[in-house]
Design a protein around this ligand. Sequence first.
Ligand code: GDP
Length: 196
Amino acid sequence: SLFRNAQFEISVAKPNGLPPPNGPEVAFAGRSNAGKSSAINTLCDHVRLAFVSKTPGRTQLINFFRLRNGAVLVDLPGYGYAEVPEAVRLQWQGLLEDYLTTRPNLVGLVLIMDSRHPLKDRDRVMLGWFAPSGRPIHVLLTKSDKLTRTVQATTLAAVRKELAPLGAQVTVQLFSSLKKTGIEEAEQVVGSWLAT
Ligand code: GDP
């Protein structure tokens, strides 16, 4: 599968420390505690590739992982954690905006949202930065195991409807790292971004 045996390459803390573009990149972004690290570990079938934090807001780095097909998985810092000082928040925000709007080899964005709290303000900010590129965005509604089947279906439909104005470049699915559901769908979508 696409994500298996991903290899850690480098962590960077500053936009000007980004490694030179080398292979197509797929970035993972999301609010702190949305389940991004768990989703990356689940997709990569790796217990501790991305660091699952006990302290929300702790990850301040951009982590780069090399996939077996030469593409790069980029784990962006989680955003939206209330207790982060304003100056730090602005620094992360600048780093995210800079990366999402200027990275030439970024082929698509996987946006992680807790299925119980989708489309928060900062998620919309991320969409606003990246959607104008015309490149694809795939939304993973994580922790879907916490919702009943009925609420899963209504949430999926509601988020799809809200994002429909952005067009076909945006896709949405349910995902659970706990139950390991949604893995094949995510692999298929991201894999299609990398197929030449
Ligand atoms: P991140 O801050 O976005 O990287 O989030 P983490 O991956 O560290 O997860 C935040 C918390 O949510 C942790 O306590 C995880 O165990 C929990 N979590 C993550 N994914 C799932 C999931 O699919 N289902 C459930 N029930 N809990 C999850």
